[in-house]
Design a protein around this ligand. Sequence first.
Ligand code: GLU
Length: 289
Amino acid sequence: MTLLTFRFAPSPNGELHLGHAYSALLNQKMAAQAGGRLLLRIEDIDITRCTPQFETGIFRDLEWLGLRWEAPVRRQSEHFAEYRAVLDRLIAEELVYPAFMSRSEIRAFIAETGGRDWPRDPDGVPLYPPLDKALPARERKRRLAENMPFAWRLDVEAATARLAAGLSWLEFADETMSATRAIEAQPQAWGDVIVARRDIPTSYHLAVVLDDALQGVSHVVRGQDLYSATGVQRLLQELLGLSPPRYFHHRLILGPDGRKLSKSFKDTGLAALREAGVSPQDVKRLLGL
Ligand code: GLU
């Protein structure tokens, strides 16, 4: 029998807060209940925002909380060659295209073309305009030869057209994992998402699906804020022939103002709580774990 495999996958672009503690401890609890494994993955592809100091802080905070994980820890920045190989497949299959518009160009284009009714993704960001997808091959080549900045975007229309049937994922109804339901994936809601940058051959979505598959992750337990992103990830799994894990998107820990915690929310930072004399047991009690 293969062991169930869980993972906690923080990004070292800030300090861990109570929301991360909940996610990490819930993964640990569910892995223990299932007699499974817990992996730790450092998601540091954003080399401008991720720092070794934040990474050190993550290890210190997780050890303090009593989290135990299997070695080795996978650090995404050490695997760019693997992401590049997968990206090259998507390029060869013409499922991605170079997108040249800057944020201000996107904004200007949308304002000119009717503005208000422009479709937005679940995070409220306007979808990428269809101009670059339709760029003549010669013009595309010319821009690339001129070293114009660009990002690789998924041609979501072409990608979904490849699917034999509809796309769904299995979501646990709660943390006991006793019931699942099939959720219809809606990758179109995000438009042509970025799957890689010019200088970084991956994005969050691409790295996550590849790593979950390579590491044999069977159960993805993460915050509700990533629920609809799962649609894009399911599509990438399908295009790359990766078998999908099951998912549980847990409740978010909210701040005193009722809003999602952010990395700049100092009061709920684990380091600050520790310095204020709060114990790991207090944290668990606070989180209802
Ligand atoms: N690295 C992501 C974050 O810190 C989590 C990714 C995931 O669990 O899929 O928000």
